[in-house]
Design a protein around this ligand. Structure first.
Ligand code: 48F
Length: 271
């Protein structure tokens, strides 16, 4: 076998060229999702599948957020119906426990969910932290995010971020709802009040989390555990159906809202 010879400088130049082509491209998006956990990846899958230009920024160098840790590091996670349909759609094998309740391997769950999102066309960028939003007045709206290398943040270096635009921004950062928190603090006009997550009450938490997933301020959406923080709902532990269905609901809301906005824009342009 003859291995092709590529010199170091060419390796550097290929990486830089491809990287900067991508960054130029996703500096403008339909949707930016912050966090590649279960809710963020599910949202990315359905948004990209619907043809929306979707970029996910993930702080860590891995996919899946809390999926990988399973339940107290045990490698199994419980999924309840109808979220099993999402997993069947992307080829995750389910072990049935009772009607409508299944257990899955955490590694298979996170690998296949990330693959599904990428194959549908979503771009996932690792090692990047979103630390702020951008906004416009008249009408008041979140219009994108500020991004910084996670490594820069960990080193506490004083470095200004870059800005990325999006018609919709999804906070899928988990329990801390980092993006919505910063927006509520820095843009009080948005009127976001964060009551904080409650202790566990799994039986009601799943349904409430899905129902209350969606837009929290113009252009800014909550998915997954960010919803429990922002809406003051109970947590649920290692049952993940609501995370998938929350991501799916947010995707559906965004698809509908962007369609409605573009119809309004078209009719305004005609007048
Ligand atoms: O925490 P995470 O898995 O959020 P989720 O989608 O799912 C929650 C469950 O995992 C579990 C649970 C279910 O019962 O309680 O906790 O709501 O994934 C959040 C991802 O966002 C990344 C973080 O590294 C993780 O992978 N993240 C958090 N803040 C930022 C971020 C940020 N500011 N910028 C970029 N990524």
């Amino acid at each position: 076998m003859n291995v092709k010879q590529v010199d170091e400088i060419k390796i550097t130049r290929y990486i830089l060229k491809a990287t900067f082509e991508d960054w130029m491209d996703f500096s403008v998006n339909d949707v930016v999702i912050v966090g590649a956990g279960p809710s963020g990846l599910a949202a990315a899958y359905y948004l990209a599948k619907a043809g929306l230009k979707t970029t996910v920024f993930e702080r860590r160098l891995s996919f899946g957020g809390g999926i990988g840790g399973g339940a107290m590091l045990f490698h199994k996670i419980v999924i309840e119906s109808p979220a099993d349909e999402v997993l069947r759609e992307i080829g995750v094998r389910l072990q049935k426990f009772e009607d409508g309740v299944y257990v899955v391997d955490s590694s298979e769950f996170m690998a296949k969910l990330a693959t599904a999102a990428i194959d549908a066309g979503a771009k996932i960028i690792h090692g990047v932290t979103v630390d702020d939003v951008i906004f416009r007045e008249n009408p008041l709206r979140v219009t994108g995010v500020a991004v910084e290398w996670t490594a820069t943040q960990m080193a506490s270096l004083h470095v200004d971020p870059l800005f990325i635009s999006a018609k919709a921004v999804v906070d899928a950062t988990g329990h801390d709802a980092e993006v919505i928190s910063v927006a509520s603090r820095k843009i009080p006009e948005l009127g976001i009040v964060i009551p904080g997550e409650k202790s566990a009450y799994s039986e009601v938490a799943e349904q409430l989390t899905v129902e209350q997933s969606g837009e929290v301020a113009p252009g800014l959406y909550a998915a997954g555990m960010a919803v429990t923080e922002v809406k003051g709902l109970p947590r649920m532990g290692p049952i993940f159906g609501a995370m998938l269905l929350s991501g799916k609901k947010v995707a559906e809301d965004i698809i509908q809202n962007l369609k409605a906005n573009s119809a309004t824009l078209k009719s305004a342009q005609k007048e």
